[in-house]
Write a protein that binds this ligand. Structure first.
Ligand code: ZN
Length: 336
């Protein structure tokens, strides 16, 4: 199922089934339903009973296999860390990888070089495509350069700019957009989400992200904001308090906090953290714009390495030390 806000885009792609390029890059913000779009497209391409311009029938052999996750003409590449529990290697203490490895891409060789089992299309879904490591991306590139017949690659990415330019240029890009605010609120209300407005703001308008924030997330976020807004903020003491919090979350919060500080300075508005707008206003007042902008860019850059930091604790300390430096540096500059 695609989400209602993607129906028009989905039907437009479906109308071209049979004439689609061999690789599509579905890109757009995180948490808006790109994966559901790609899965629905894969099902439609593999349906054996589909009428032109229509979606998968849901009843034929192809649809049944897709439903059971066992279609012989379908492959899905994703990092081990994304796999369903139970699919990961049993009895291994190794941390599941957050990248798609070259071995996973090479394992496609047999699949794409033989003709399809059902005489129709073969589909490879790669998600999130930005987690292909360099070797994996280069191995995939060979397949995209010499596209095997009847094979359709569906790449899904929200950090699509991290993909090799050579991969991007060999895909037709389909940009998927988030729903309008009212549509997102309506949908979240149907899902019975508590505090939908705050969740949607914090998710930057991405409804699936908003829906995924659970009690634990809100509890950790509150603990985080209470430490960074404390008078006399101490980076190392904060790192100690937040030692159980995944660095990925801390970086995400700091990035949104920084965005709000800049936005408040420039436009008097807060986007992601409306529940902390007073604290943001007070902090923004102490800061210079240039320092806040520099800090925001730094947080964006660190997103590249947050999924594989060498040492999670050091990474966390680094983030908080940088935030402490921002507070001090600008306080000094303002006083001068
Ligand atoms: Zn079907």
């Amino acid at each position: 199922m695609t989400y209602p806000w993607h129906s028009v885009a989905f039907d437009a792609v479906l109308a071209r089934a049979g004439r689609l390029p061999h690789a599509l890059l579905l890109r757009g913000r995180e948490g808006i339903g790109k994966l559901a779009f790609a899965e629905a497209l894969a099902r439609a391409l593999l349906c054996e009973n589909r009428r032109p311009g229509k979606r998968a029938c849901g009843r034929c052999a192809g649809c049944t296999w897709m439903e059971q996750g066992s279609h012989p003409d379908f492959r899905r590449l994703e990092p081990e860390a994304h796999a369903e529990p139970g699919e990961a290697e049993e009895g291994s203490d190794r941390k599941p990888s957050s990248q798609i490895s070259v071995d996973q891409v090479r394992s496609l060789t047999g699949f794409i070089n033989v003709s399809s089992h059902r005489g129709g299309a073969k589909v490879v879904l790669i998600h999130p495509a930005e987690t292909l490591n360099v070797n994996a991306a280069n191995a995939l590139l060979k397949n995209l350069e010499e596209p095997p017949p009847q094979t359709c690659f569906l790449l899904v990415a929200h950090r699509w700019h991290q993909l090799l330019p050579t991969i991007r240029s060999r895909c037709e890009q389909v940009v998927l957009t988030p729903p309008a605010r009212d549509a997102a609120r309506g949908w979240l209300a149907e899902q019975k989400l508590r505090d939908a407005d705050l969740a949607l703001a914090h998710a930057g308008g991405a409804p699936l992200l908003a829906q995924a924030f659970d009690e634990e997330f809100w509890r950790q976020r509150e603990a985080f904001f209470s430490t960074i807004t404390r008078p006399g903020f101490d980076a190392l003491a904060s790192a100690e308090q937040l030692r159980e919090t995944p660095p990925r979350l801390v970086l995400g919060w700091l990035q949104k906090w920084a965005f709000d500080l800049v936005s408040h300075k420039v436009a008097g508005r807060v986007r992601y953290n409306p529940d902390y707008s007073d604290a943001i206003a007070a902090t923004a007042q102490r800061l210079g714009l240039i320092g806040a902008l520099r800090f925001q860019r730094q947080m964006v850059r660190l997103q590249r390495i947050v999924s594989h930091p060498l040492n999670a604790r050091l990474f966390l300390e680094h983030l908080l030390i940088e935030y402490g430096a921002l507070l001090r540096q600008d306080a000094g500059a303002q006083a001068a």
